[in-house]
Design a protein around this ligand. Structure first.
Ligand code: NAD
Length: 354
């Protein structure tokens, strides 16, 4: 398997392959950068077509975490891990404990938390073997717990900033939003949007998730393949990545894309396509940074809950800055965000205060 030649390899500091025969654990931990602090990013449990695909995914996600943490102003570098889900996978306590031992062996250069397929309960099991874990049960101080409500609040503030910038609307009353995926992040986002007076169109392959947002927020459900092309003001992808490519972009009717899924663009060229089409794209790793802000406060114990909500709300103005720079320099928003993130990391590498 090519590691250094993988197209997602970007001078990652360390890639660790973890295997435990007795529990069946197969995992890959990728540390992209520890320049700003310990490499932080969640563990994803996912079925991959091949080990190469798992490696590619974890390399890409780890780099994204470096940029996300830099843009959120956190003392965290970027890393990510995947646990490979196989047909005979048994998510036993001993498997997750063994995984915790692998994380612990990295001595704090990698800090994990939950991502797709994981939960607070599983993080508690991992924490039996390592202290380098967050996303644990909520403490009395308010820190910790499932980070997705904070992620969704940051996305909500980002949508507000985007519609103000693109459509000149001060608030979301009367606007329509199509939400792709109404799991943890999508559900809480629907709640914030409904409270703000937006109407909702949703799609998810999980009938229970759909039912919940239809019942609670009066959402209209559409077929999976129709959600991105809805005639709405905003499309909010909150499922998995790589949803925007040449074909899906040509069918878009919304003028704003602002959602929580990681790595929404299939390739960087799709950012240019959106820019050329006059569609405002909120870079995913900036708008979905609320969860990692929550994780950082839990790990460093430096903010109370109110301060965390405030810091998450700052995602709105941060995005407005990116939109303004993209407009004045005629450069896609994803490129502006990459440029800003790289500068924060390179300034820290060279000792320039940022
Ligand atoms: P989740 O597993 O709780 O929810 C994802 C939902 O998407 C599920 O209900 C699933 O059925 C649905 N889904 C999957 N494929 C779909 C498709 N093609 N069309 C429609 N629905 C589909 O996960 P989550 O925690 O809500 O995360 C959602 C996204 O946000 C992921 O990309 C994740 O990496 C990203 N994210 C999550 C957090 C967080 O705090 N949980 C933070 C940052 C980024």
């Amino acid at each position: 398997m090519a590691v250094f030649d993988d197209s997602a390899f970007d001078a990652h500091e360390r890639v660790v392959f973890c295997h435990d025969a007795s529990t069946g654990l197969k995992a890959i931990i990728a540390i992209h950068s520890t320049v700003l602090g310990p490499a932080a990013g969640g563990t994803r449990l996912w079925s991959y077509a091949s080990d190469e695909e798992a490696l590619h995914d974890v390399l890409r996600l780890a780099q994204g975490m470096s940029y996300k943490n830099a843009m959120a102003g956190l003392k965290f570098g970027g890393g990510k891990a995947v646990i490979i889900n196989t047909p005979d996978f048994a998510g036993s306590d001993s498997l997750y404990e063994r995984y915790g031992e692998f994380v612990d062996q990295l001595g704090g250069s990698y800090v994990t938390a939950e991502d797709v397929g994981m939960s607070v309960e599983i993080m508690e099991i991992i924490a039996r073997r390592t202290k380098y874990v967050a996303g644990l049960s909520k403490k009395e101080s308010g820190a910790g717990g499932d980070p997705s409500p904070k992620t969704s609040f940051g996305i909500f503030k980002g949508i507000e900033a985007a519609v103000q910038f693109k459509l000149g609307h001060e608030n979301l009353g009367g606007l329509s939003v199509a939400v792709q995926g109404v799991g943890k992040v999508g559900y809480h986002l629907c709640r914030f949007l409904h409270e703000a007076g937006a109407s909702l169109v949703v799609a998810d392959m999980d009938a229970g998730c759909i039912e919940r947002v239809v019942q609670e927020f009066g959402a209209t459900s559409v077929a999976l393949e129709d959600i991105l092309s809805q005639d709405v003001d905003v499309v909010a992808p909150c499922a998995l990545g790589a949803v925007f490519n040449e074909r899906s972009i040509s069918s878009l009717q919304a003028s704003v894309i602002a959602g929580g899924a990681n790595n929404q663009l299939e390739t960087a060229a799709d950012g240019q396509r959106l820019h050329d089409a006059g569609i405002l794209f909120a870079p995913d790793y900036v708008i979905n940074g609320g969860g990692i802000i929550n994780v950082a406060s839990e790990y460093y114990r430096d903010l109370d809950d109110d301060e965390v909500w405030e810091r998450v709300a700052a995602i709105g103005p941060r995005l407005t800055g990116i939109f303004e720079e993209a407009k004045s320099s005629d450069v896609p928003t994803n490129e502006v965000a990459d440029r800003q993130a790289k500068k924060i990391i390179s300034d820290a590498t060279s000792g320039t205060d940022t």
